[in-house]
Design a protein around this ligand. Structure first.
Ligand SMILES: NC(=O)c1ccc[n+]([C@@H]2O[C@H](COP(=O)([O-])OP(=O)(O)OC[C@H]3O[C@@H](n4cnc5c(N)ncnc54)[C@H](O)[C@@H]3O)[C@@H](O)[C@H]2O)c1
Length: 349
């Protein structure tokens, strides 16, 4: 199989990770690293490289050796860069969030579909071994019906110049939810409460509630101001509960065979009913062995597979749009004092 010529766009904080993982992916041939600051691209590549550095995106798109681009520039630039790449006939891997608005994302997804090109959104966490196992367990019915999801993603984060904490960190949690929940379990409403206690000019912490079509509730806490780094997500099910602690490499995922059952009233003697409507199940806790594998390498592998197999990527433009729809509704809620905003489920999921 001949390799796929790739250009990485953006050599800031995240772009070098795309460069490194592209170089480690045999099916990709990295041709260019493009940044408005050409010197920065040169420094990232180092002296001993055959990869070309440039500040001219037009030159990259005009190069017939380039079949695909991977874009790691600020979110506000994604729409124009992705559109130009698709119009030039290139497959696109773009960083989260897909674009700055769902309507822009919709235009790009439609353009990619019309052109028969891959548009993949880098929802990195979906490619971690832990989230892939959670998806199997949740979608496979192992935990029963999802009753609640509780996610905490807090640390001393960089206050971003262009986006608030919701748009910076919540795409991770919302893309994970989108990836692991069964197709029929979809968000129906969202509410967000945000605060900027340091006067940064944008929300630095946010509490997000996402109501699901089954009556379950997901909660997400994202925060740039916490001195302790916490990355935990709990998926509570009617049969089992999954506890993912990303800061604990020896037991990232724990499966609790414990929960709360409701006893059908009809089965109880009248005198027992008052006390025994709820029963608590105490069972084992197990820790599955998971491989340690870099998620971004798996992202590159999926991008290559989608191109060669001429199919949609696992986290395609539509997945990016579903995340944007929730982010927009969350921002609207926060601007209106945290009111509950209904969202229309995506019937294509
Ligand atoms: N997947 C993840 O876990 C993850 C982690 C961090 C950042 N990101 C995403 O990566 C993207 C970039 O974030 P970052 O932190 O690297 O930003 P950054 O500001 O550190 O770097 C962006 C780079 O893009 C360059 N750039 C801007 N406009 C350009 C253009 N038109 N053409 C070429 N180069 C251009 C800038 O010069 C800069 O070097 C964002 O969408 C962010 O959300 C994803």
């Amino acid at each position: 199989m001949s390799s796929i010529g790739l250009a990485v766009i953006g050599a800031g904080y995240w772009g070098p990770n795309l460069v490194r993982t592209a170089l480690a992916t045999p099916a990709l041939q990295l041709e260019w690293l493009c940044d408005l600051d050409e010197e920065r691209a040169r420094i990232v590549l180092g002296r001993y490289t055959t990869v070309k550095a440039t500040s001219s995106y037009d030159s990259v798109l005009a190069d017939p050796a380039v079949a695909a681009v991977a874009i790691a520039t600020p979110a506000a630039t994604h729409f124009d860069l992705v559109r130009s790449a698709l119009e030039a006939g290139k497959h696109v891997l773009v960083e989260k969030p897909l674009t700055a608005s769902a309507s822009e994302g919709e235009k790009l997804a439609a353009l990619a579909e019309r052109s028969g090109l891959v548009l993949m959104c880098d929802h990195t966490y979906c490619f971690t071994p832990t989230v892939q196992r959670i998806r199997e367990l949740v979608r496979g019915g192992e935990i029963g019906d999802v009753q609640f999801v509780d996610s905490v993603r807090i640390n001393l984060g960089l206050v971003q110049p262009d986006v608030d904490v919701l748009w910076d960190l919540a795409p991770h949690d919302l893309s994970i939810l989108d990836f692991v929940l069964p197709a029929e379990v979809v968000p129906v409403a969202i509410a967000a409460h945000t605060a900027d206690p340091i006067g940064a000019g944008r929300a630095c912490l946010a509490y997000l509630s996402v109501w699901l079509s089954t009556g379950a509730l997901a909660h997400v806490h994202v925060n740039w101001l916490s001195p302790t780094k916490i990355r935990t997500t709990v998926f509570g099910g009617s049969r089992r509960t999954l506890v993912w602690d990303d800061m604990n490499p020896s037991a990232r995922l724990m499966i609790h065979d414990r929960g709360v059952d409701r006893v059908p009233v009809g089965t109880l003697a009248p005198d027992d009913r008052r006390q025994a409507l709820i029963s608590y199940r105490i069972g084992d806790i197990s820790v599955p062995a998971l491989p340690e594998r870099e998620a971004l390498l798996a992202v590159m592998t999926e991008f290559v597979a989608a191109i060669t197999e001429r199919r949609q990527a696992l986290t395609d433009g539509r997945a990016g749009i579903r995340v944007l729809t929730l982010l927009e509704a969350a921002s609207r809620s926060a601007e209106n004092g945290g009111i509950r905003i209904p969202v229309v489920p995506d019937s294509n999921r």
